[in-house]
Ligand binder design. Sequence first.
Ligand code: UDP
Length: 328
Amino acid sequence: MPRILITGAAGFLGSHLCDRFLKEGYEVVGMDNLITGDLRNLEHLFKEKAFTFYHHDVTTFVHVSGPLDFILHFASPASPIDYLKIPIQTLKVGSLGTHNCLGLAKAKNARILVASTSEVYGDPTVHPQTEEYWGNVNPVGPRGVYDEAKRFQEAMTMAYHTYHGLQTRIIRIFNTYGPRMRLNDGRVLPAFIGQALRGEDLTVFGKGNQTRSFCYVDDLVEGIYRLLHSDYPYPVNIGNPDEITILQFAEEIIKLTGTKQKIIYKDLPKDDPTQRQPDITKARKILGWEPKVSRAEGLKITYAAFKALPQEVLYKQEHRDFEGYVRK
Ligand code: UDP
């Protein structure tokens, strides 16, 4: 039975990865400091003999007893409002946390896959974004703490690969959605669906002509599984190239939820990327991967999951209307 450590296990992506690797017959060690993760995402796994959980912050020395074959480093805040609320932790988990995970991988002779992001491209001047594009990042803007930590993470991971000969994989994840996203983390999809469920107007930032390309979580997990088992050490984009403006997206959510609320416009956050679409030629070629779930299908499943959440989660005033997010 191969043994895998998954950091950020209680988060949106981490918990789906725990499910997938358990299903594939792996022994899974989950780790999370629970700053943005939620144990409810893992509740159903605590009865599994092949699953253990460490409540630990990967920015401090990581000890896992016994052998490890694989590590997936997925611990990190991942919403622009989180970056503003916990900027230092965001920087630390991408940099020190990655260093600790790489050190652990080396000590255990494990293969490691690190979760990078389309944010390494910043506000891209090349469209769609290929892995060869170096990006357009503002290091001192509100997103800099995330973007630069992830860029450092990639550099550090490549250094362990070239200098130590470690088996490393780097995935650049584009906007992903699905059940278990934090409803009030400020990201656009949970924001819109939450607003529809609470009977509030949908808040489109700017004119809503900025674009994103949304990938359903099961497709992403399949891409991660394939990349981990490939022999390709350089970054690979995984995302759904089906690009849409945020205004069109709000209209889709209104149609999906049947809400009678309207769209209202708020200031555009600083450094908000104007366009984003993955070029997935590499993933197609190297991994034989492409997304299978359409936005219509994926949104239906996600809406059903959000609708089933308890009222206290729906009305939790976590990040809504967080001051300082908007462009001054
Ligand atoms: N957005 C919006 N209304 C919201 C939240 C986000 O219009 O209530 C916009 C945001 O300005 C950005 C896009 O939706 O252009 C995606 O934002 P998100 O925070 O989900 O992630 P990002 O892709 O910017 O990291």
